[in-house]
Write a protein that binds this ligand. Sequence first.
Ligand code: G3H
Ligand code: 13P
Ligand code: ZN
Length: 321
Amino acid sequence: MIVTTAQLAKHAFGKYAVGAYNINNIEQTMGLFRGCIESQAPFIIQLSKGARAYSDKRMIEAVIRAAGEIFPDAIYAVHLDHGDEETCYDCIDSGFYSSVMIDASHHSFEENIAITRRVVDRAHAKGLTVEAELGQLGGVEEDVIVEEGNACLTNPDQAVEFIQRSGCDSLAAAIGTSHGAFKFKGQQSLHFEVIEEIEKNLAAAGMQPVPIVMHGSSSVPQEEVRRINAAGGKIADSCGVNEDEYLPAAKLGVTKINIDTDGRLVWTRVHREFFRDNPAAFDFRPPGKIFMDEYTKFIAAKNVKLGSAGQLASLRAFLSK
Ligand code: G3H
Ligand code: 13P
Ligand code: ZN
């Protein structure tokens, strides 16, 4: 059952985070639904511009619709990840999406507000919610350059004005993570104080708490990287977010945690090992089946770390009120 991202955020707020998983193909879709049913977790499917263009947006959307029929007990939202204005409008008008992300964070503060406001107006008119980004991911890589990196973090003093004027429903806050497998050069440095300050400033302004989204949240398991490299890969100096940080972040108001890279690592490990061990193979279905099983396990385990595992019954009761 497709629900709104706002409903998922409302149920999760302050307790757990919903996994927002980027998918591109049939195998990931099967593993995602199976993993979430096995772990009894709600989830957010997110499609990037690249995912929609990989085959054809209608193809991946049809795959998701089919999965909804195969797994009638699944409760999830469908979200556009890192959209530009044009793609946001395409998703809003399609009638299929629960929410969109407008990523105008590379523009000036004023321009970011103006673009986000336009998307919010179009989205709200059709019942969708909007995630917007303030600050920029990346940059906070090691202790010695924290000061420089801080320039990229979301400014909590600007956040209230941004939320108020843009009308966005959730905020992607830059707290020190970055996309991909190489997040930190030195020690992990997440800035939870940014989230605390944002929620504190909202309360001081007499506003409702706003759900926060954490991008770049893959944990880049070192065992996964080791196996990839042992099977011919060359991924050096990778580093991810500590999974034990997910729940503390959720308690502060993070309701959506974005994961893409970790799923790509599962795919890479499975396929490198399979073809290393079966050099004469050329049927793609045997490794594809292993991948679906491994992706299922990966999703179920991730949901435990996010605290979303086991939430389906309580969410169902909440939705029927
Ligand atoms: O944040 C970006 C996501 O990992 C999506 O990546 O644009 O390569 O599909 P992509
Ligand atoms: P990772 O690269 O850490 O998986 O982040 C994904 C993401 O933020 C998608 O929007
Ligand atoms: Zn992202």
